[in-house]
Every structure is written in C-alpha cells, then in structure tokens.
Design a protein around this ligand. Structure first.
Ligand code: AMP
Length: 137
C-alpha cells in the first residue's frame, strides 16, 4: 500500500487532525472537506488500503467503536440520520488508500448523495453466486 498517504501521516503525527477519538487500534477525526457538519472519519491504525485486507482484530476494533462514535456525532450535531460509507478502490470513489469509514450526518439536503439503481436478481444466478461466495469464505 501507499505508506505515505495522508492518513498515514496523520497517524504518524506529521499532519494535524481534528481528533475526536483514539484507542490502541483506531483513530477518528473530522473530515477536512465535509459533506455535512459532523462528517467524521474512523480509521484503523493497521496500515491497509482496503477493508478486505484488515486483520480480524483491526476489523473488530473498528466495529466496536463505530456505533459509539456515530452516537456522539449525532448528539453533538443534533442530526438524527446519517450514512456510513466505506469506499474500496479508485473505481469506487476511494481517494485515500488507507481504510476509512465515513460517518456522514444527513441534515436537510446536506450529506451523502446516493445514486441507487437496483435491478432484479434472477433466482438461478443468485443460487450459483451464493455457492461461489460460500466456497470462497
Ligand atoms: P474517500 O473518497 O473515501 O477516499 O475519502 C477520503 C476522505 O478523506 C475525503 O472525504 C476527504 O475530504 C478526506 N480527507 C482528505 N485529507 C484529509 C485530511 N488531511 N484530514 C481529514 N480528512 C481528509
């Protein structure tokens, strides 16, 4: 992975951040270009670009703190709705190649714009795909 990315520099203390939470495995700070007031990022200290590279321990540590930080963001901003966003890969809008979760309050029109274009899932394709995913686990 790109060890020199901006979140690595924040972890190393080379770049400042508006830190809201830190423990042995995770760090949370305000996004510097927020989609809405309260937009917060939660990152593992493990240096991985993509979610699927995380160790079980790092993943568990992130999972443990996300709801707590989300509650704090809601309480601090007064927002009652929010999106959790986690991008993997440039094609999926990832710009910083260190795993991060966005907590993005939705306040009126401010927040995450979602383009969602669902299509039906055929039963035979679903069964075949299920089998392949199960085999890969
Ligand atoms: P993504 O597209 O999921 O990779 O999102 C990267 C996020 O990192 C964007 O929302 C940026 O605004 C945010 N970001 C980039 N540099 C910094 C920084 N120095 N401090 C806080 N957030 C940052």
């Amino acid at each position: 992975m790109d060890a020199s990315n901006i979140f690595g520099k924040i972890l190393d203390g080379e770049v400042p951040c508006h830190r809201v939470y830190e423990d042995d495995h995770t760090l949370a700070f305000l996004d510097i270009f927020p989609l809405s007031f309260g937009h917060t990022l939660v990152i593992p200290k493990q240096r991985c670009a993509y979610l699927h590279e995380l160790s079980d321990d790092s993943a568990a540590a992130i999972g443990r703190v996300l709801p707590r930080i989300a509650r704090a963001v809601l309480q601090a901003t007064g927002a009652t709705a929010y999106n959790l966003l986690q991008n993997n890969g440039a094609a999926a809008h990832q710009a910083v190649f260190h795993v991060h979760f966005h907590i993005i309050p939705r306040v009126g029109d401010a927040g995450l714009g979602v383009g969602w274009h669902p299509s039906p899932l055929a039963a035979d394709a679903a069964a075949e795909l299920c089998g392949r995913i199960v085999d890969a686990l």
